[in-house]
Design a protein around this ligand. Structure first.
Ligand code: ZN
Length: 274
């Protein structure tokens, strides 16, 4: 995934999928407006006006955190790369956490991201993802490439999906936003904080529980590669605590992951006011 040719291919595939889905959506919208035409006189609704998809024109970068193969010893060299991020020298990427039962964070993030992408695309948005697989035979990309990804695809903003591995008694989600680091995040820090506040408000209203162990469900940090290398507003969503039994039960069920996806979409729509 760090190979540029591969990344171009991934973006191309994502673009094709988005177009196919838009075409399918257009067909649905056509038949919907035909149906609503029967009662179109009521309330002054004009016949033949197709309802616009609310997120048309919005470009969103989604970053499903980690990669399953980051645990694969075959990739130890790649993962041991380091870079200065404006605050500290940090590594390429990590394995991520897991539930006590062994369900990996990389896989959880991946499945939620796929569902979020599908929903946002159906709403008219263009969505690009930082990785195209969740595989034991793949690693990365490095967090500095994830950070730069949003700007590289012309995204309006980026949401990075993660899950925490904290004390078992704590549960709920929180957001990590970039602190102001001169020459690094001073261009995106304010807007990223706005994105963070909107995510918290939107997710909470949709039913997600704010963290019981992070005050205000917000951390403002200056040492995260994904945030420090970003050139569009970016936040990290720690979607829950994989070491908490209740959060883990939700994360390991398909219905639970769909719920997580719904919360993320609600946060994004809150930010966009649409
Ligand atoms: Zn993570």
């Amino acid at each position: 995934m760090t190979n540029p040719a591969q990344r171009r291919l991934t973006m191309l595939v994502a673009g094709v999928c988005a177009l196919a889905s838009l075409a399918a959506g257009a067909m649905v919208a056509t038949s919907a407006s035909a149906d609503s035409g029967a009662g179109a006189g009521v309330g002054g609704v004009s016949v033949g006006v197709r309802p616009a998809k609310p997120l048309t024109g919005v470009v969103i970068a989604l970053d499903p955190g980690h990669q399953l193969g980051n645990s694969n010893p075959a990739f130890a060299t790649e993962l041991s790369q380091t870079r200065w991020n404006g605050t500290i020298v940090k590594g390429c990427n990590t394995t991520g956490t897991a539930t006590d039962g062994g369900y990996p964070e990389a896989t959880f993030n991946w499945h939620v991201a796929l569902k979020v992408r599908r929903t946002l695309t159906d709403l008219g948005a263009t969505v690009h993802m930082t990785r195209s697989v969740n595989s034991w035979n793949a690693w990365g990309p490095c967090t500095w490439d994830r950070g730069k990804f949003g700007a590289s695809v012309g995204a309006d903003f980026m949401v990075s999906l993660h899950a925490d591995g904290a004390i078992p008694s704590g549960h709920g989600f929180f957001i990590i936003a970039p602190a102001v680091t001169k020459g690094w995040t001073d261009d995106i820090a304010t807007e990223s904080r706005r994105l963070a506040r909107a995510m918290i408000a939107g997710m909470t209203k949709a039913g997600a529980t704010p963290s019981t162990y992070i005050s205000g469900a917000t951390l403002v940090w200056n040492d995260q590669n994904t945030l420090n290398f970003a050139d569009v507003p970016t936040v990290i969503v720690e979607q829950g605590n994989m070491r908490n039994a209740g959060d883990a039960a939700r994360m390991t069920s398909r219905a639970g992951r769909d719920e997580h996806a719904r919360w993320i979409v609600a946060g994004i729509r809150r930010y966009l006011h649409r």
